[in-house]
Write a protein that binds this ligand. Structure first.
Ligand code: VGL
Ligand code: ZN
Length: 208
């Protein structure tokens, strides 16, 4: 059972959004091609889905600016621009993404007191989202992951998938992902590789 996990391909992370990832929108046609021709049995998407007062927003930390370090519930936290607020256009999936193909959507980041980069669990690892249980129930054996942003939500999701679903073969699709910081992207890919994730491109998958 092969599944594709599309991480946070939302307006907020594309040019024009509140937390734009450089060229974030360029992955949309690649994601659509993978949905149509990647040979997947199951298409799953995550959606960053914050309350308006989420504690990761710099606007909640007087004197702090977006992208500075701050604290959230006593832990170091990158402070972000307000983004992907529930029920706003910023939180919608990119308009060209084939959302009709989604079998399951996992929303995350709803708890204002903790961030949730991973689609599987909060950053403090205290609460799971339910995605791991869903994939297990579906009998998923192979999970390919791509989306936005490589150095945050995508790599955190890949690492958690490997840890929480040890029998599942996990791969990161590099050209179907974009990240925020070039050095962060390099470090994230090195870490995913070191932990045993496959690193592939969409062309490897689409030509199979
Ligand atoms: C993300 C920062 C804050 C992501 C989400 O989707 O990578 N990054 N919230
Ligand atoms: Zn977020």
């Amino acid at each position: 059972m092969k599944a594709l996990l599309l991480v946070d391909i939302q307006n907020g992370f594309c040019p024009g959004g509140n937390l734009p990832v450089p060229d974030g929108d360029k992955i949309v046609p690649i994601a659509n091609a993978l949905i149509d021709n990647g040979g997947y049995d199951l298409i799953v998407a995550s959606q960053d889905w914050h309350p308006a007062d989420h504690g990761s927003f710099a606007s909640r930390h007087p004197g702090k600016k977006p992208f500075e370090m701050g604290e959230l519930s006593g832990k170091p936290q990158v402070l972000w621009p307000d983004h992907c607020v529930q029920e706003t256009a910023d939180a919608d999936f990119h308009p060209d993404l084939n959302v009709q193909a989604f079998d399951y959507v996992q929303q995350k980041g709803e708890n204002a007191a903790v961030d949730s980069y991973s689609a599987f669990r909060d950053n403090d690892h205290l609460a799971t989202t339910g995605l791991g249980e869903y994939l297990q129930r579906q009998g998923v054996t192979d999970l390919d992951v791509c989306g936005l942003a490589t150095d945050y939500c995508v790599s955190f999701s890949v690492l958690d998938a490997m840890e929480m679903l040890p029998s599942v073969k996990v791969r990161f699709i590099e050209d179907a992902s974009r990240g925020i910081d070039p050095e962060g992207i390099r470090n994230a890919i090195s870490l995913m590789r070191a932990k045993g994730a496959g690193i592939v491109n969409s062309t490897d998958i689409l030509s199979d």
